[in-house]
Design a protein around this ligand. Structure first.
Ligand code: FES
Ligand SMILES: [Fe+2]
Length: 340
C-alpha cells in the first residue's frame, strides 16, 4: 500500500526547535522528531519499545529522550540507555530510528531500511533563505489520498477552472494546450509555452502581452519543482517551442511537496516566490497570498472529490487526453509498489 523506499518531506527545518519533540505521521507511521545540541535531527518511531506509549508524550533530557510512562531513556541512535530500577539493559531495548536529511529548507525522512537511504536521490529544492530568490513557505493539511493531489499537480489544465480568478489569470491556454512530457527516473518533466498571456496586477509593468514558459519536474511521492519564465511576446515562436535562451523578464519559482500521512490524509508543503531582483517583499506578500488562496481552492475541490470517490469506490472515471501526466505517474507509482 505504501512505498517505503523513498524520501518524504516530513517538516520545514524551522519547525524543529531546540528542546521540542515534533509529532508527525508519514505513510501511517507515527514519528517523534527532535534536534540534538549539535543541530542533528533525530526521527524515532513514535512508540516506546516497552509498552508502546508514544514518545512524543515523553521529554527531552539533553540529547536523549525519556518515555514518560515508565521512564525508559533513549539515546539519539535509538538505544535504550536507562531502565529505572533495572541495571541490565537488554540489547533488544531500542526504538526504531529513521534516516533524515536537510535539503533546501525541508527535512526529509527515509521510510525504508536505513541501508537503502541514498542522499543523492533527494530532489534539489531551493532554501527559503537562498539569496538568489525571495520566497515564502507554508503548509496545509488535506483530508484526501496523496495521489489525488498528485493528479492535480500533474494536470495544470485545472488552473483555467479551479483557479480562474487566482493562478489561472483568465488563461484558457492552460486547458487548451498540452505540455511536453519527458519521463524522469522517479517522475516526469512537464514543459510548455503559454502564448499571449495578458498579465494582471504588478506583473502588468512587464508588458501588456507576454509569452510564458512553464517547466516543472514532478517526482515521487509528490515533489513539484516549477520554474515559470515571463518573456516578451513572440519569444515562444522565436524559440521554436523550446526553452528560450534569453533570460526571462520575471522568473517565478514554486516548490511543493505532497507527503502521504494516511489513506485519507496528506500534508502539503509549499514555497513560492521569484528571482530576488524581480520582486520586493510587498509584492512577494501579494504573490504568496494569491498562491495560498489557490491552494485553498485546490483543497476544496480535491476533498470534495475524495468524498464522492469514497461514496462509490467501484465507479470508473472517464479518461481524456488531459490525463496523460497523471496516468503515467500512477503507472510509475504502481511499479514502485511492485518493486517494494
Ligand atoms: S511505555 Fe515507555 S517506559 Fe513504559
Ligand atoms: Fe491547483
Amino acid at each position: 500500500m505504501w512505498v517505503r523506499n523513498a524520501w518524504y518531506v516530513v517538516a520545514w527545518t524551522h519547525e524543529l526547535e531546540a528542546g521540542r519533540i515534533l509529532a508527525r505521521t508519514v505513510i501511517d507511521q507515527p514519528l517523534a522528531l527532535y534536534r540534538t545540541a549539535d543541530g542533528a535531527i533525530v526521527a524515532f518511531e513514535d512508540r516506546c519499545c516497552h509498552r508502546f506509549a508514544p514518545l512524543t508524550m515523553g521529554r527531552l533530557e539533553g540529547d536523549n529522550l525519556r518515555c514518560m510512562y515508565h521512564g525508559l531513556k533513549f539515546a539519539p541512535d535509538g538505544r535504550c540507555i536507562e531502565i529505572p530500577g533495572q541495571p541490565r539493559i537488554p540489547s533488544s531495548a531500542f526504538v526504531r530510528r529513521y534516516p533524515t536529511a536537510v535539503v533546501g529548507s525541508w527535512v526529509w525522512i527515509w521510510m525504508g531500511e536505513p541501508a537503502g537511504a541514498d542522499l543523492a536521490t533527494i530532489p534539489p529544492s531551493v532554501a527559503l533563505e537562498d539569496p538568489a530568490y525571495r520566497l515564502k513557505g507554508g503548509q496545509i493539511d488535506y483530508a484526501a489520498h496523496y495521489l489525488l493531489i498528485d493528479d492535480n499537480l500533474l494536470d495544470l489544465s485545472h488552473l483555467s477552472f479551479v483557479h480562474e480568478n487566482t493562478l489561472g489569470l483568465d488563461m484558457p491556454q492552460w486547458a487548451d494546450g498540452r505540455p511536453h512530457v519527458v519521463p524522469l527516473g522517479r517522475g516526469l518533466r512537464m514543459q510548455r509555452w503559454l502564448r499571449d498571456h495578458r498579465p494582471r496586477g504588478f506583473m502588468k509593468k512587464l508588458g501588456e502581452r507576454l509569452d510564458v514558459w512553464n517547466s516543472y519536474d514532478f517526482l515521487f511521492p509528490g515533489v513539484f519543482l516549477q520554474r515559470t519564465g515571463f518573456h516578451r511576446l513572440g519569444t515562444a515562436d522565436a524559440s521554436g517551442g523550446k526553452e528560450a535562451s534569453e533570460a526571462p523578464l520575471f522568473y517565478r519559482l514554486d516548490e511543493q511537496a505532497v507527503t502521504p500521512v494516511s489513506a485519507r490524509a496528506s500534508r502539503y508543503f509549499y514555497a513560492a516566490g521569484a528571482r530576488a531582483g524581480d520582486i520586493d517583499p510587498d509584492k512577494l506578500d501579494r504573490l504568496f497570498a494569491v498562491t495560498e488562496k489557490a491552494f485553498r481552492e485546490d483543497k476544496a475541490i480535491i476533498e470534495a472529490q475524495q468524498k464522492l470517490i469514497d461514496l462509490e469506490p467501484e465507479r470508473q472515471m472517464l479518461p481524456t487526453s488531459l490525463d496523460a501526466g497523471p496516468t503515467q505517474f500512477r503507472r510509475l507509482v504502481e511499479n514502485l509498489l511492485t518493486a517494494a
